[in-house]
Design a protein around this ligand. Structure first.
Ligand SMILES: Cc1ncc(COP(=O)(O)O)c(C=O)c1O
Length: 387
């Protein structure tokens, strides 16, 4: 049990900001789902409306321009009632005829490869060591052999804190105009500037529970016109994640099946907040939070796991340089009221087996303020000092 400002923990009870209450809720600082602020939770709790009504159409119509602005695109940006993995599968089923190149540099990019195989596609990996980024020359070398109809890139490898450089990679993709450019930006969308049209991304996927600062349950994808054209000619698109159906409904401000209306209220609210903050200010805040975390890592004598120059702006993966007990660290942070990560298990198992130090991750995304990050880092500092 610990003390928090009431507005961060109260459910539907309106308690004025500044008051304190006892609660066993721990502030959620894992790299998604992240802490959802009280104002957002209140919006999500609005009374329900039917999804075949003008009220719903008005809601979706209000969301659409915000999503397009966020992604600097004229493409349709559609909402799916699923977590991001659903849309990762949609990308495979709708946009890959036969052969796909999966760029793999960690657990989530490996997951997209596994989805490709599960969907019966002929998938090949371009794989680099965990902690490293996918470089344009490597992609070019693979694509120059021909035969791929799509490339999958995980923009932000949440397991390692590596952010691939989409601008760099898009330069290569432009040499291969027949190859679809599919991007998982699940843990970077709304936290990093992603210029979908400039980069020529055919499908760009995000999830609500990361930098959108929303509860888990919905995900988003921009889909290019040429991708939708291609999908029309692909058999086995399935039903729930048929992008052609998605688009038909989207054009009428509807969804093919019953959407998670509650989270769409939250999405509409958050997008308006993002635009009020200003997108450039939002990207700058995320960069600043990342810089603060990097400086703290250095001050503590720790290291970042990511290859220099490719550090994520939404999550830092930190090498446990002193070899502290990370399970104990997590418990002690819990006693202070913070639910934190003790590292991505599969990655840490591999690192430890290779005689290397394990890692843990510090998220810095969504609605997080400089003050909240300082509070979190001070708690880490105290805990590591007592381990
Ligand atoms: C980079 C990345 N890709 C994919 C996923 C899977 O997304 P979801 O949990 O929304 O299905 C995650 C989740 O953490 C992720 O971080």
């Amino acid at each position: 049990m610990s003390e928090y400002p009431a507005w961060r923990v109260s459910g539907l009870t309106a308690i004025s900001e500044g008051e304190s209450v006892k609660s066993d809720h721990k502030l959620l600082y894992v790299p998604g789902p992240i802490e959802v602020n009280e104002d957002v939770r209140q919006v999500c709790a609005r009374p329900m409306i039917g999804h075949r009504t003008n009220d719903f159409r008005k809601l979706y119509a209000s969301i659409k321009p915000g999503l397009k602005k966020l992604l600097y695109t004229e493409n349709a940006v559609m909402v799916s009632t699923s977590s991001g993995s659903g849309l990762m599968e949609a990308a495979m089923r709708n946009l890959v005829r036969e052969r796909v190149l999966n760029c793999v540099n960690g657990a989530f990019s490996q997951k997209w490869y596994d989805i490709a195989i599960a969907c019966g596609k002929s998938a090949e990996k371009l794989e680099v060591e965990a902690g490293k980024a996918i470089k344009p020359d490597m992609l070019d070398a693979k694509l120059s052999g021909g035969g791929f109809d799509a490339v999958c890139v995980t923009h932000n490898e949440t397991s390692t804190g590596v952010m691939n450089d989409l601008l760099e990679l898009s330069g290569v993709m432009k040499k291969y105009p027949d190859v679809m450019f599919l991007v998982d930006s699940i843990s970077s969308m709304a936290g990093a500037k992603i210029e979908v049209d400039r980069f020529g991304i055919d499908m760009c996927i995000g999830s609500s529970q990361k930098a959108f600062g929303l509860p888990p349950g919905i995900s988003f994808a921009s889909v290019s016109e040429r991708a939708l054209k291609k999908a029309e000619g692909i058999k086995g698109r399935g039903s729930y994640f048929d992008l052609v159906d998605f688009k038909k409904s989207y054009d009428k401000d509807e969804t093919p099946s019953t959407p998670a209306v509650s989270f769409m209220y939250g999405l509409d609210y958050q997008l308006k907040k993002f635009l009020a903050e200003g997108l450039d200010a939002r990207w700058d805040r995320h960069k600043r939070l990342a810089r603060t975390t990097h400086a703290w890592v250095k001050k503590m004598g720790f290291q970042l796991f990511a290859e220099p120059g490719y550090e994520s702006v939404t999550v830092s993966c930190v090498v446990d340089a002193p070899g502290a007990d990370l399970k104990k660290m997590q418990e002690m942070m819990g006693e202070k009221g913070f639910a934190v990560d003790k590292g991505y298990t599969k990655l840490n198992e591999k690192l430890v087996a290779a005689g290397k130090k394990p890692t843990f991750r510090i998220p810095h995304m969504g609605d997080m303020t400089d003050e909240e990050l300082s509070e979190l880092l001070s708690a880490f500092e105290e805990v590591f000092g007592n381990l």
